[in-house]
Write a protein that binds this ligand. Structure first.
Ligand code: OSB
Ligand code: MG
Length: 368
C-alpha cells in the first residue's frame, strides 16, 4: 500500500448553534480534511480535529497544516507500507502534534480497509453492528434552556446526557437537571475548569448519581486527579490528560480515573486508540469515544472505533443533524433510539460528497 497523492483542505462549516464550554464559545468550525490517494486513484479520508484556536490542546489547524506539509506528508508520500500501524512508527520521532498525525493515519486506515474490501470497523477488529450514543450539551444561557434541550434529546432517544459545567454553572445546574430527569444516564464535563481547592464543591456532585465527571482538573494533570478520585464517589473520567498508551497506563496505576474517554485525534490515531482500548480492557477500565464536533468524516472514524468490545459506555458521536444543516457525507450519520447502525460497506462506509466538500473549502493544496 502506498499513498501517491495527498489533498489537504482547509474547511469552514457553520454549526447550527454555538457550542460553549468552560474555555469559550464558537459556531464556525474550521478544520482540515486529508484525502490520501493510492496508485489506483482510490481515496482514503482523514480529519484533523484541531480547532482554530489552541484552547482544547496546544494544536491548531495551522500548526497541523505546518506539521503535515513540512514533515508528515514528506515522510509518508510514496512510502510502501504493509499495514497502517507503520504510520505511527514512522512518525514516532515527531513529538506530540497528535491531531496532525492522526489526520494522515486515519486516511491510511481507510485506504487499507478499502483495499481489503472490508469496513474500517472490521479492519480495526471491531465486532458491534450498532453502537450506543449519547450527546454532549454546551453551557446554556439559562437552566430552562438546558432543561428544554435535554428533554428534546431524551425524546430523540440519546442513551446518555452530558452537561458541560464550569464554576458558577455546576452544582445547582446538575441539581435541577437531576430533579427534572431522575432516571436519565447523566454526566458532567468540566474541561479542566477546577482545581483541588474546589474539592468540596466537586464532592457535592456525588448527590446526583452521575455516571462520571469528565476532566475536572488541569488538562495536563494525573496527580491531582488521583487525589480527587480518592475523595469522590462519582467516577472520574479523563479526556484532555490522556495523549497516549503510556499516559493511560500511568493514570490507571495512579488511580487518577475509573473511566477513559478515547479521542482518536488526541492520542495520535487509531493504532494508539486501539492500544489504549486493549489496555483498559485488561485493567477493567471502561472506555467511550469522545467527540470534537467533527464533520461526517471524523464521525465515521469514531463509529468504526466504537465497535471494539470495551466501548461499553455511550459516546459523544451524535447524529450529523445535531451539528450541521448539511454534512459532508452521503448518507449522513443518523441516530435511532440512541443507536447508530455501523455501515457494512468497505472503508468508512459513508461516501464523502465532493460537491458539498467544495462548498465548504477555504483553501486546498495537492502534494504528489
Ligand atoms: O471535552 O469532550 C469535550 C467539544 C469540543 C471540545 C471538547 C469536547 C467537546 C464535546 C462535544 O464535549 C463532543 C461532540 O459532540 O462532538
Ligand atoms: Mg471532554
Amino acid at each position: 500500500m502506498k499513498v501517491t497523492e495527498v489533498v489537504l483542505r482547509h474547511m469552514k462549516m457553520r454549526m447550527k448553534a454555538p457550542f460553549t464550554t468552560s474555555f469559550g464559545t464558537f459556531q464556525d468550525k474550521e478544520f482540515l480534511l486529508l484525502e490520501a490517494k493510492d496508485e489506483n486513484g482510490v481515496s482514503g479520508w482523514g480529519e484533523s480535529v484541531a480547532f482554530h484556536s489552541p484552547w482544547y490542546n496546544e494544536e491548531t489547524l495551522k500548526t497541523n497544516w505546518h506539521m503535515l506539509e513540512d514533515f508528515i506528508i514528506p515522510n509518508l508520500l510514496n512510502k510502501e507500507m504493509q499495514h497502517p500501524d507503520e504510520v505511527s512508527e514512522t512518525l514516532s520521532y515527531i513529538r506530540k502534534n497528535n491531531m496532525a498525525k492522526s489526520a494522515f493515519e486515519g486516511a491510511v486506515w481507510e485506504l487499507y480497509a478499502k483495499q481489503k474490501g472490508i469496513p474500517l470497523a472490521k479492519a480495526l477488529g471491531g465486532t458491534a453492528n450498532e453502537i450506543e450514543v449519547g450527546i454532549s450539551i454546551g453551557i446554556q444561557d439559562s437552566i430552562d434552556e438546558l432543561l428544554n434541550l435535554i428533554d428534546e434529546y431524551v425524546k430523540e432517544g440519546y442513551k446518555r446526557i452530558k452537561v458541560k459545567i464550569k464554576p458558577g454553572w455546576d452544582v445547582e445546574v446538575m441539581r435541577e437537571v437531576r430533579k427534572h430527569f431522575p432516571d436519565v444516564a447523566l454526566m458532567a464535563d468540566a474541561n479542566s475548569a477546577y482545581t483541588l481547592e474546589d474539592i468540596n464543591l466537586l464532592k457535592q456532585l456525588d448527590e446526583f448519581d452521575l455516571m462520571m465527571i469528565e476532566q475536572p482538573l488541569a488538562s495536563d494533570d494525573i496527580i491531582d486527579h488521583a487525589v480527587l478520585q480518592r475523595e469522590l464517589i462519582t467516577p472520574v473520567c479523563l479526556d484532555e490528560s490522556i495523549h497516549s498508551y503510556e499516559d493511560a497506563r500511568k493514570a490507571i496505576e495512579l488511580g487518577s480515573c475509573k473511566i477513559i474517554n478515547i479521542k482518536i485525534g488526541r492520542v495520535g490515531g487509531l493504532t494508539e486508540s486501539k492500544k489504549i482500548h486493549d489496555l483498559c480492557q485488561e485493567r477493567g477500565i471502561p472506555v467511550w469515544c469522545g467527540g470534537m464536533l467533527e464533520s461526517g468524516i471524523g464521525r465515521a472514524h469514531n463509529i468504526a472505533l466504537t465497535t471494539l468490545s470495551n466501548f461499553i459506555m455511550p459516546g459523544d458521536t451524535a447524529a450529523s443533524s445535531r451539528y450541521w444543516e448539511k454534512d459532508l457525507i452521503d448518507p449522513e450519520v443518523t441516530v435511532e433510539d440512541g443507536m447508530i447502525k455501523v455501515p457494512g460497506k468497505p472503508g468508512l462506509g459513508y461516501e464523502p460528497s465532493y460537491e458539498t466538500i467544495k462548498q465548504f473549502t477555504v483553501f486546498e493544496k495537492s502534494f504528489s
